[in-house]
Design a protein around this ligand. Structure first.
Ligand code: C2E
Ligand code: CA
Ligand code: CA
Length: 846
C-alpha cells in the first residue's frame, strides 16, 4: 500500500489528536482528583464548623445554667447541682464520642480530648459543689458561687478559645491545602502546555522539513533543467509518496531530457546539414539557371554534344550561326557539320579532343543557302571520355566579319591604295623575309623618285596626280614583271627588288633600273596633257650596303638624293654616300650615349583632345634630341637607341620626368590628364620591367591608372608569349596599355582582344583615307566600330585638317584626337604658360 501524502497528513493529524486527547484526559483526571480532595476538605471544614457551633451552643447553655445556678446560689436557693453536673458530663462524652464532632476531632485531635477532660473536671467540680451546697452554710454558698463563676469563665475562655484556635488552624490547613493543590495544578498545566506546544512545533517543523527539503531539491533540479542544465543530478530517491514519485518523475524527466537534448543536438546537426544542403542546392539551382540563361544568351554559339559528337543542346546563337535547329543539329556529329564528312580530317581531331581534352582552331563552313562562315572553335571535353559518359562543349565565335576586316586591313597594311602596288611596310618586311630565308643570296634594291612630282600635283590637282602615280606604277610593273615585289615607298617614290641567282647583283640591278627609268620617261597622256616626267634612281645591293632592308634603303635614299642634287634625271649607285651614312650613324650612336648627361635630350608633349568637347584628356610624351646645333629626328635616333639598352634608360627617364610634369599640371588645373609613354619592344624583354616602371611612376605621385604605355604591334614579333605575359604584369601593376600605330602591323584584332589592352591608337595612314569619298571612309568607320565592340578606347593619330575632324565626328564622338589640327608636340614651357592661371585649355571642335 502506498503511503501517500494525504495519508501522511492523516497520520500526522491522528498523532496530533491523540496527543491532544491524552493531554485533555490527563488534565481532566488531575482536575477531578483536585476537586475531590478540595470537596473533602471543604466537607470536613463544614463539619468542624457545625461541631463548633454545637459545642458553642452546649457551652453557652451550660454557661447559662451555671450562671443561673450561681444566681440561685446568690439568692440562697438550694438547687440540685447534680442534674447540672450530669448535663456537663454528657457534653464531655459528646465531645469525645459524638459522631457530629468527628470532623472536629480529626482536626482538633488533642485539643478536643483536653476540652472533654476540662468539661469532665467541671462536671466533677459541680458534683462536688452540689454535694457541698446541700450541706453548706450561706457563706460557703457565696464561695461556691464565685468558684462556679470562675470555672465557667475558665471553660469559656480556655475551652472555647482553644476551640476557635483549633478551628482556625483547621481552616488554615484546609485553605493551605487548597492553595497548594491549586498552585501545583496551575504549574502542571503550564508545563504541560509548554511541552505540548514545543512538541507540536517540533512535529510541524519535522513534517515541514521532510516535505520541503525534498520539494526544494526537486524545484532546484527542475529549475536547472528548465535552464537547460541537464547535467543537474538528483540524489537517489526511495520515498514511496508523491514526492518520491515526483522525484522519480523528475529524474525520469531529466534522463529523458538528456536523451532529448542529445537527440535535439543530433536533430540540430541534421537540420543544419539539411539547411546547408538546401542552400547548396539553391545555389546550384541558381547557378544552373544562370548557366542556362548565360547558355541561351551569350553571343557565342555554344553546343553540347555527347561523347560520340552528336549535339544534345545548342543555344540560340548556335542555331542562328549554323542555320539549323536542335533536331537537324542532332542528326549527325557536329564535326561533320563543321568540317565535312572526310574521316581523315575528323577522326584524328576527335581523337585529340578525347585524349587531350581540348582543341582550339578556326574552321570555315558553309551553312545551307548561306555564305561561308569563319568561326573560331573551342572544343572542350567535360568529364571522362567513356562510352555513355562525358560531354563535349563546342564554343563557336563568328570570326567572319573580323577576318574580312583583317583582310581589308592586311590589304591596307600591305598595299598602296593609289597604285595597287605594295606599300613600304610590306616592301621592307618582304625584303627581310627574303634575307632571313636565304642570307647568302645577292639582292639589289632600286629606289626610284619622280624629280618634280609636286609641280605635277600642283598643276593637275590631287586626283590627276594620283592617276599619274598609278600610271608610273603600271609602267614599272611592265618592266619588273607581275611576280616582282614592287612598292610605292613614299609619296613619289617606288622601289623593287632585283634577284640575281648568280652572284654579283649590281650589274643586273643597274640594267633593270635603267630600263625602269626610261619606261617612266616615256611621254604620258592624261586627258589632254602630254606629260614627260623626269626621274632619278638610287641603287643598293646586299650584302655590300647593309644587313637589313632598312639599312639598304637608307643607302638607296642617299644615292637617290645624291642623284637629285647632282641635277636629277639620273641613276646613282651607293658610292661614297654609304661611307658618309655609316660614319654619321656611328657618330650619332656615340653622341647618343652622352646625350642625357649633356642635357641634349628634351621632352615634348602633344595633347590628346576629346572629340566630344575639345577638352585635353592627356598628353603623349615624345623625345627630342638637339645635337651639335641640329635637331635629330626621333625616327633617326630612336632606332639607334633601341639597338642598345640605352632605350631602357631613356624610357625610364622620360616616364619619370613627364609623370612629374603632368602631375604638376593636374594640380594646377585640377584636371585628370593622363600620360602616354612609348614603350619600345626591347623594354618588354627587361626582367621585372613592370616593377621598375611602377616604382618610377609611384615616385612621381602620378596615379598609375592615368599612365598609358604605348606599344606597337611589331612588339609581338619575337616572342608573343613572353610579351603577353609582360603586358599582363604591367596591366596588373595598374598601367593602361595602348596599341600604337594600329593598322600598320599584322596582328589580328581577335588576338589583341585576348591581351590586357584598353586603348588603340589608329594610325595616321587611316586618317589620310578620310576624304569625301564614301568608300574609303567605310573602312575607318568599321575599324572604329570594331574597336568599340571590343570596348577599347580610341585615339586617332595624325589628324591635320578640320574636315577630317568633322568626318570622324560623324562616325562617333567617343574618341580622342592627337594631331596637328589641335597642337603639335610642344615643350613644357608652352604648356606651363597655358595652365599658369589654373584654367585648362579647351580646343574648338568644328
Ligand atoms: P609615334 O609614337 O607614333 O608618335 C607620334 C608621331 O606623330 C610624333 O612624331 C608626332 O609629332 C607625329 N604627329 C602627331 N600629330 C601629327 C600630325 O597631325 N601630322 C603628322 N604628320 N605627324 C603628327 P615624332 O615626335 O617625330 O615621333 C616619331 C616616332 O618616334 C614616334 O611615333 C615614336 O615611335 C618615336 N618616338 C618619339 N619619341 C619617342 C620616345 O620618347 N620614346 C620612344 N620609344 N619613341 C619615341
Ligand atoms: Ca606613340
Ligand atoms: Ca603612333
Amino acid at each position: 500500500m502506498r503511503i501517500t501524502l494525504p495519508l501522511q497528513f492523516l497520520l500526522f493529524l491522528g498523532l496530533q489528536i491523540a496527543l491532544s486527547m491524552g493531554l485533555v484526559f490527563y488534565l481532566n483526571s488531575l482536575a477531578t482528583h483536585n476537586y475531590q480532595s478540595l470537596s473533602r476538605a471543604t466537607a470536613g471544614f463544614v463539619d468542624a464548623s457545625k461541631s463548633i457551633e454545637t459545642l458553642r451552643q452546649s457551652f453557652a447553655r451550660s454557661s447559662n445554667d451555671i450562671e443561673s445556678l450561681s444566681t440561685q446560689f446568690g439568692n440562697g436557693q438550694r438547687i440540685d447541682v447534680r442534674d447540672q453536673a450530669l448535663a456537663l458530663q454528657q457534653i464531655a462524652a459528646a465531645i469525645r464520642n459524638d459522631a457530629g464532632l468527628n470532623g472536629l476531632r480529626d482536626s482538633l485531635g488533642g485539643d478536643a480530648t483536653a476540652l472533654a477532660k476540662q468539661i469532665d473536671q467541671q462536671a466533677q467540680t459541680l458534683i462536688s459543689a452540689a454535694a457541698r451546697a446541700a450541706n453548706a452554710a450561706p457563706n460557703e454558698v457565696a464561695l461556691l458561687q464565685s468558684e462556679l463563676r470562675q470555672q465557667r469563665s475558665q471553660i469559656m475562655v480556655q475551652g472555647f478559645g482553644n476551640l476557635i484556635t483549633a478551628a482556625n488552624r483547621s481552616l488554615e490547613t484546609t485553605l493551605g491545602m487548597l492553595r497548594g493543590t491549586t498552585e501545583s495544578t496551575g504549574h502542571q498545566y503550564l508545563t504541560l502546555l509548554v511541552i505540548f506546544i514545543l512538541l507540536q512545533f517540533a512535529l510541524m517543523v519535522t513534517a515541514f522539513w521532510l516535505v520541503n527539503h525534498q520539494l526544494q531539491q526537486l524545484a532546484d533540479v527542475t529549475d536547472r533543467l528548465i535552464d537547460g542544465e541537464a547535467t543537474a543530478a538528483l540524489p537517489q530517491q526511495k520515498r514511496a509518496d508523491q514526492i518520491g514519485r515526483l522525484a522519480r518523475a523528475v529524474q525520469h524527466f531529466r534522463t529523458t531530457l538528456i536523451t532529448l537534448s542529445d537527440s535535439r543536438e543530433q536533430l540540430k546537426a541534421i537540420l543544419k546539414k539539411h539547411d546547408e544542403e538546401t542552400m547548396q542546392r539553391r545555389r546550384a539551382e541558381k547557378q544552373l539557371q544562370l548557366s542556362a540563361s548565360v547558355f541561351d544568351n551569350v553571343q557565342e554559339a555554344v553546343l553540347l554534344t555527347d561523347i560520340s559528337g552528336h549535339v544534345s543542346r545548342a543555344n540560340t546563337a548556335a542555331q542562328t550561326l549554323l542555320k539549323q535547329n536542335d533536331k537537324q543539329l542532332a542528326s549527325r556529329p557536329l564535326l561533320e557539320t563543321l568540317l565535312g564528312v572526310d574521316t581523315a580530317v575528323i577522326a584524328p581531331l576527335w581523337q585529340q579532343v578525347l585524349e587531350q581534352g581540348h582543341w582550339l582552331g578556326e574552321v570555315t563552313f558553309t551553312p545551307e543557302r548561306s555564305a561561308p562562315v569563319i568561326a573560331q572553335v573551342s572544343i572542350k571535353l567535360m568529364g571522362e571520355a567513356r562510352e555513355g559518359k562525358g560531354h563535349v562543349i563546342f564554343v563557336l565565335s563568328d570570326h567572319t566579319e573580323l577576318r574580312a576586316r583583317e583582310q581589308e586591313m592586311k590589304f591596307l597594311a600591305e598595299q598602296d591604295p593609289v597604285t595597287g602596288l605594295f606599300n613600304r611596310h610590306y616592301f621592307v618586311a618582304e625584303g627581310n623575309r627574303r634575307l632571313e630565308a636565304n642570307p647568302r643570296q645577292a639582292l639589289g634594291i632600286v629606289l626610284i623618285g619622280l624629280d618634280s612630282f609636286r609641280a605635277v600635283n600642283d598643276a593637275l590637282g590631287h586626283r590627276d596626280g594620283d592617276r599619274v602615280l598609278y600610271e608610273v606604277g603600271q609602267r614599272l610593273l611592265a618592266v619588273v614583271g607581275q611576280g616582282a615585289t614592287l612598292a610605292r615607298v613614299g609619296g613619289d617614290e617606288f622601289a623593287f627588288y632585283v634577284t640575281t641567282p648568280g652572284g654579283e647583283a649590281l650589274d643586273a640591278t643597274q640594267t633593270i633600273a635603267e630600263a625602269a627609268l626610261s619606261a617612266i620617261r616615256q611621254t604620258l597622256n592624261l586627258n589632254s596633257y602630254h606629260i614627260s616626267l623626269k626621274v632619278s634612281g638610287g641603287i643598293s645591293t646586299y650584302p655590300a650596303d647593309g644587313d637589313t632592308v632598312e639599312d639598304l634603303l637608307k643607302t638607296n635614299e642617299i644615292a637617290l638624293s645624291t642623284a637629285k642634287t647632282q641635277g636629277g634625271n639620273q641613276l646613282y649607285t651607293h658610292g661614297g654616300a654609304l661611307q658618309n651614312q655609316a660614319r654619321r650613324r656611328f657618330m650619332l650612336q656615340q653622341a647618343l650615349e652622352k646625350a642625357l648627361g649633356n642635357r641634349e635630350l628634351r621632352l615634348a608633349y602633344q595633347p590628346q583632345v576629346s572629340l566630344a568637347n575639345g577638352h585635353i584628356s592627356g598628353f603623349e610624351v615624345l623625345m627630342r634630341w638637339r645635337h651639335a646645333g641640329e635637331w635629330i629626328t626621333p625616327s633617326e635616333f630612336i632606332p639607334l637607341a633601341e639597338e642598345t639598352d640605352l632605350i631602357v634608360r631613356y624610357t625610364e627617364w622620360a616616364l619619370s620626368e613627364a609623370a612629374k610634369r603632368v602631375r604638376e599640371w593636374q594640380r594646377q588645373t585640377e584636371e585628370t590628364f593622363h600620360l602616354s609613354v612609348n614603350l619600345p619592344p626591347r623594354l618588354l624583354l627587361v626582367d621585372k620591367i613592370d616593377q621598375r616602371l611602377a616604382a618610377i611612376a609611384k615616385h612621381s605621385g602620378l596615379p598609375l591608372s592615368t599612365i598609358t604605355l604605348e606599344i606597337t604591334e611589331s612588339s609581338f614579333g619575337n616572342d608573343p608569349a613572353l610579351m603577353a605575359a609582360q603586358l599582363k604584369q604591367l596591366a596588373m601593376q595598374g598601367f593602361s596599355i595602348a596599341i600604337d600605330d594600329f593598322g600598320t602591323g599584322y596582328s589580328s584584332l581577335a588576338y589583341l582582344s585576348q591581351l590586357p589592352i584598353s586603348k588603340i591608337k589608329i594610325d595616321k595612314k587611316f586618317v589620310d583615307l578620310i576624304t569625301d569619298d564614301k568608300e574609303s571612309c567605310k573602312l575607318v568607320s568599321s575599324i572604329l566600330a570594331m574597336a568599340k565592340s571590343l570596348e577599347l578606347d580610341i585615339v586617332v593619330e595624325g589628324v591635320e585638317r578640320p574636315e577630317q575632324l568633322v568626318q570622324l565626328k560623324r562616325f562617333d564622338t567617343r574618341m580622342d584626337i592627337q594631331g596637328f589640327v589641335f597642337d603639335p608636340p610642344q615643350n613644357e614651357d608652352f604648356w606651363e604658360g597655358l595652365f599658369m592661371n589654373g584654367d585648362s585649355h579647351v580646343y574648338e571642335v568644328p
